[in-house]
Ligand binder design. Structure first.
Ligand code: EPZ
Length: 417
């Protein structure tokens, strides 16, 4: 299995260019099912998760091409005839469940498996299913399979008990060709929802209010092929911001949408970090003593749960005590054990972690337990004495394109074995 070997590195310096957002491209790949025409998607990083979603599209009958160099995907959904997804691929990626809404829209029926949990939590899909049934679908669940069918999808008013990103995306995609209007209230307002709605509207859909907690969809007859550009990955950008701060470096992160990073910018400034904002780039400098802070993860525009682990790495080596309150996932502290093995002083009390800053960490063998925890371990390893060996890095490569090369270019001592 591949590993990262990371040695204590000096201050990171230079520029890094953010790639397209994983969490924007995955639902948009699923949305290509909604038309038999060709779709071209640009600014797509060659990630494992993207590859698996394209493989799923091909099992449905679509033809796809993906150029790593051009960061471009072409999907021809004309031959999609199949509406059931194979378990051996579904179990690899939870985002496969995002095919449910589009397949229901296009074929009136879909057979798919209950997505499994993952290290960070049970991750139920009850809100997705509630939306589908309110749109008139009949849902049969047995032996872990779900069959969702509806000869005619009728628009309806849907209230989400929690502003779930995936449920919002799936319900929008299930209602774009419904009869009548659908209103989703208390829905997710993440930037990735806006990028999906932009894509759907270019296909001829009528989705209004994306980015607010009330979305209106007027059903249309048919959707058409289009071209689209994926927004920059705010979590990748945030990860490199922490890299600059934790190594007391000076890094310019290019190709960012600053408004997608307000909570991360604000909390780093609270800690006394110097952040210069320009056009679509951020210059992050840290040459001063930092003070610890507290964070509470919330749905957008609150502090993103996907930045929690990376921020914990920084808090672990910052003077003073900080508290992290993780309100989104019930088990997203898997990185605490690994950080403590490197000498961090972190205690978990139910949904909170109390982090006492220590003066140094020491390198050892650690394991990436999930995507963002893996990124957090790279960040800690950059400042830990000696050498750190990070295993199970496939978790990291699901969501970060060539992360070791990007860090190396900034002066990090990191290599992949
Ligand atoms: C998306 O997951 C992201 N993944 C996650 O990123 C991200 O952490 C999460 O949103 C929150 O921002 C993709 O976009 C592919 P949710 P999703 O539905 O849609 C509960 C990463 O690191 N819930 O908003 O699965 C759920 O249990 C990944 O890139 C229900 O109870 O997140 C969780 O506690 C990790 N019932 C909370 O809502 C449901 O039907 C947030 O889940 C659905 C969700």
């Amino acid at each position: 299995m591949d590993k990262f070997i990371v040695e204590k590195s000096g201050p990171l310096r230079g520029e890094v260019i953010t790639d397209g957002a994983k969490n924007a491209v995955l639902p948009i790949i699923a949305a290509t099912v909604l038309t038999g025409e060709k779709c071209v998607i640009e600014n797509v990083p060659y990630l494992k998760d993207v590859e698996i979603m394209l493989k799923l599209l091909e099992t449905l009958g679509a033809r796809t091409s993906f150029s790593e160099k051009e960061k471009k995907i072409i999907v021809d959904g004309g031959k999609i005839l199949n509406n059931s997804l194979p378990y051996e691929l579904v179990k690899k990626i939870r985002a496969s469940f995002l095919f449910a809404g589009p397949l229901l829209s296009r074929f009136g029926k879909v057979k798919i498996q209950m997505p499994g949990g993952c290290p960070i939590g049970v991750r139920p899909v009850d809100l997705h299913l509630k939306g589908f049934s309110l749109l008139g679908a009949e849902i049969k669940q047995e032996h872990g399979n779900i069959e969702i069918s509806s000869p005619k999808i009728k628009g309806n008013n849907i209230y989400l008990d929690f502003p779930s990103v995936g449920a919002t995306e799936n319900i929008i995609m299930a209602s774009v060709m419904a009869e009548g209007e659908t209103y989703i209230s208390n829905c997710s307002v993440e930037p990735e929802i806006i990028n999906l709605a932009d894509f759907l509207n270019k296909m001829g859909a009528k989705v209004f209010g994306a980015g607010t907690d009330n979305i209106k969809i007027i059903g249309v007859k048919e959707l058409f092929g289009t071209a689209h550009k994926i927004i920059p990955d705010r979590i990748e950008a945030g990860t490199f911001m922490i890299g600059a701060v934790i190594t007391k470096g000076d890094v310019t992160i290019k190709n960012v949408v600053r408004d997608h990073l307000r909570p991360v910018i604000a909390k780093l400034k609270d800690m006394n970090v110097d952040i210069e904002e320009k056009e679509n780039m951020l210059r992050v400098r840290c040459d001063r003593e930092l003070v610890n802070t507290d964070i509470k993860t919330l749905p957008f525009p609150g502090f993103p749960t996907d930045m929690q682990a990376q921020f914990m790495s920084l808090m672990a080596v910052t003077n003073g005590t900080g508290i992290i309150n993780e309100t989104i996932f019930e088990n997203r502290f898997m990185h605490v054990g690994e950080l403590n093995r490197m000498g961090a002083d972190i205690k978990v009390e139910s949904k909170s972690a109390i982090i006492k800053g220590v003066s140094k960490l020491t390198g050892t063998q650690v394991k990436a337990t999930d995507l963002r925890a893996g990124a957090a371990l790279i960040l800690s390893a950059l400042v830990a004495e000696g050498e750190t060996e990070i295993s199970d890095i496939y978790h990291i490569e699901r969501g970060y394109y060539r992360i070791e090369e990007k860090f190396k270019k900034l002066g990090a001592k990191i290599k992949k074995l």
